[in-house]
Design a protein around this ligand. Structure first.
Ligand code: ATP
Ligand code: MG
Length: 405
């Protein structure tokens, strides 16, 4: 730590009213530039990368090919679907080219990926095809007061699938549902439920993934076993009838939308002219699906969900480091150096010239899963003291039994 700029702060910026934003700032994960705009510092970036790795692994398993599309957007493309107009999409950031003309900063990527695929899809033999990316989106959100839960610039994973038929789209959609279940379980967001939401004018429903959370911006209704969860925006008698649930069997709660999936069918492929020739050489329009996850929002939701009165508490699989190493005394420091060597990826070694109490408080604020203390006292027993951040419990572990992984 003495060679990094990892640093905790006594206070968060005054205008930071969201707990996730305040804790992440104080613990040294993010820096607030302005409302809804955050920098990710070394530890924050490590968490984001771990979240991305879990998502990437699961999407690669279902045939996703990773790409990275541009942020700057050609208005001509978006005019074909009517979505460059501020009346249709009210969250655009637009800017002018010095050579003349306007470009937009992508709030999402249906138009460019559909257009791009016209170069690579021409026959049924090219399908199905699935591409995804981790990409910074720009949205001129009216309210950006929820820390990294709602950014004006934020990291999204967006995936798009292309198919010859509705059956094939349905088949793949079901695969994504299973992959999303695995992703949210692995991220530690076990109370995330597939939720019925408005499908707009093209399909009756879309599915959101809602994590029950007191500071979530959405309101959802759910039955006892959570087999039916629906967003308040679609809550009416017709929908309840469709889903076979009664008002009196539903409870209300707040939730954060961490992802959503949508059967687009021809919504973008038709206006943009994405076609393929079938086995009889007839030209047909490509079926599409899209699948989002708010990667930076997920980080904020995990921060909110697990935090306690002392600070952050990261689930081990996404924590920036697994161990927070503290040495007390000269012999402790020598042993700590030995333990640290070769384990820079899993250990954050607090070698600063500071009091142990200060280091212990930083460990708690940062939410690293395990604190490891080496001191004269523990060395007298040939041991280290290991403290679990979540439970606060400490135990003495013999050095012979202590392996850093
Ligand atoms: P919301 O209703 O919260 O504004 P949305 O319906 O506009 O979300 P999508 O356009 O489907 O969201 O984006 C995909 C995912 O990106 C969302 O499910 C959410 O997790 C995340 N997301 C959307 N807007 C933001 C934002 N401003 N900041 C951070 N994450 C966001
Ligand atoms: Mg939105």
């Amino acid at each position: 730590m003495s060679q990094t700029f990892i640093k905790t702060l006594r206070e968060a910026p005054k205008d930071e009213i969201a707990r996730n934003g305040a804790l992440l700032t104080r613990a040294g994960y993010v820096h607030k530039e302005m409302a809804g705009v955050y920098d990710f510092l070394p530890m924050g970036l490590r968490v984001l990368e771990k979240i991305k790795s879990i998502i990437r692994e699961e999407l690669n398993k279902i045939g996703g090919q990773e790409v990275l599309l541009s942020t700057l957007q050609n208005p001509e493309l978006w005019e074909k679907t009517g979505r460059f107009s501020n009346q249709q999409v009210d969250i655009w950031f637009k800017t002018e080219l010095s050579s003349g003309g306007v470009v937009g900063l992508a709030p999402t990527h249906e138009e460019p990926i559909t257009n791009l695929m016209k170069t690579y899809i021409s026959s049924y033999k090219d399908l199905p095809l699935v591409a995804y990316q981790f990409q910074t989106k720009f949205r001129n959100e009216k309210r950006a007061k929820s820390g990294i839960l709602r950014g004006r610039e934020f990291l999204m994973k967006d995936m798009y699938s292309f198919h010859t038929s509705e059956d094939d789209l349905d088949r793949y959609y079901a695969e994504v549902e299973k992959a999303y279940e695995r992703i949210f379980a692995r991220l530690g967001l076990d109370d995330t439920y597939e939720t019925f939401a408005s499908g707009g004018i093209f399909s009756k429903y879309s599915h959101e993934y809602q994590t029950f959370l007191s500071v979530g911006e959405d309101t959802v209704y759910y039955n006892d076993d959570k087999s039916v969860v629906l967003n308040k925006e679609v809550y009416n008698d017709e929908v309840l009838g469709d889903l076979g649930v009664k008002r009196e069997d539903l409870k209300e709660t707040t939730a954060a939308e961490v992802g959503n999936i949508f059967k687009l069918k021809f919504k973008y492929s038709e206006p943009l002219g994405l076609e393929f020739s079938d086995e009889e050489n007839h030209l047909k329009t490509v079926y599409m699906g899209c699948y989002g996850i708010g990667v930076s929002r997920v980080m904020g939701v995990i921060a909110e969900k697990y935090a306690d009165e002392k600070g952050l508490v990261w689930p081990e699989q996404i924590a920036p480091y697994k161990y927070y190493l503290v040495a007390i005394g000269e012999a402790g420091a020598a042993k700590a150096e030995e333990l640290y060597a070769g384990h820079e990826e899993s250990v954050l070694y607090d070698d600063r010239a500071a009091r142990p109490g200060e280091k212990f408080a930083d460990f708690e604020l940062m939410g690293i899963p395990y604190r490891v203390v080496v001191s004269d006292k523990t060395l007298a027993e040939d041991a280290v003291e290991v403290t679990d951040r979540k439970t606060g419990e400490s135990k003495i572990v013999k050095l012979a039994d202590f392996a850093i992984d």
